[in-house]
Write a protein that binds this ligand. Sequence first.
Ligand code: NDP
Length: 313
Amino acid sequence: MTSASSVTVKLNTGAEIPLLGFGTVSEENVETFKEALTAALVDAKYKHVDTAWWYNTEPYIGEVLESLDKSGQIKKDDIFITTKVWPCYWNDPENSVEISLKNLKLDKVDLLLQHWPVCFQKVEDSNGRVGLPKDAAGNILYDKDGDYLVTYKKLLKLKDEGKAKAIGVSNFTIEMLERVIKETNVVPACNQVEMHPHLPQLDLYNYCTKKGIVLEAFSPFGSSGAPNLKIPLVKELASKYDVTPADIIVNYSIAKKIVILPRSSNVERIKKGYKLISLEKSEVEALDQFGVAHPQRFVNDPWGKNLGFEHWG
Ligand code: NDP
């Protein structure tokens, strides 16, 4: 059977993006993370890695890419790399990108995303880390002068300077997409959002499809514990096609031309990759309708509250 790692879709820049990307949030130790990434790149032949300044995994991705390239197991240039600018860098994304590129040992990324349409103050927490500033009562310290449009404009400049081949956003609603497009006349190449059979977000899907914005599905299995793999319809289809429930979710996304970014630290599982199958149109629609009837969002980070997302909380 063909592997899902080989299929691509075109971005509005003309570049091809692999529809399967390896998610690099990590709850594991560094060695386990590096083994997982190596299995994804070498055994499962992933051609796309999704990371972010916020994940703290960029230095290890940089090491693995360089070492596999040197040993001839992969060509680093063949791997599509995405990174993201965190809200504490809303006003100086160039500094965020400089750190990311240094850690990834690259001079440019294939795709640079604005991680969230919010702006944090850049102050250290009690551990000396910037990223999620909070006051003594635990409230997040937003930058009152911040505007996500400023970040978007600065990302466009970074693309012009050659630091990224394409620019996109993440966690944007239709209204936010409309605003940045109206203000800059530049349509983002993609919008990375939580999307899976429990959260098909059909209005956002239809809008992005019409505008030529590639959607990317994060937390496709429902994040830690992978609850989406237990959906009865997903299990039923897995049994019909003699594949795993994870294969069904990957193929549901691929059928809709949505980039999918699953994460795993289980090397044996990663090595098997995902099988490419042809779901029937009616099956894809049935999975959509499951989500319409049973909407559930699994990533409910506090800074996402009140931004206008469907089915928050
Ligand atoms: P996922 O939805 O990919 O789920 C990961 C969980 O699924 C892990 O616990 C993993 O366990 C388990 N899992 C994976 N494969 C299987 C399988 N075949 N059978 C059973 N369990 C399985 O989680 P994430 O929330 O990490 O999302 C994926 C990626 O999306 C992130 O890593 C990141 O790159 C991106 N992301 C982006 C966000 C944004 O704001 N832009 C927000 C959140 C995520 P195990 O390790 O044991 O395999």
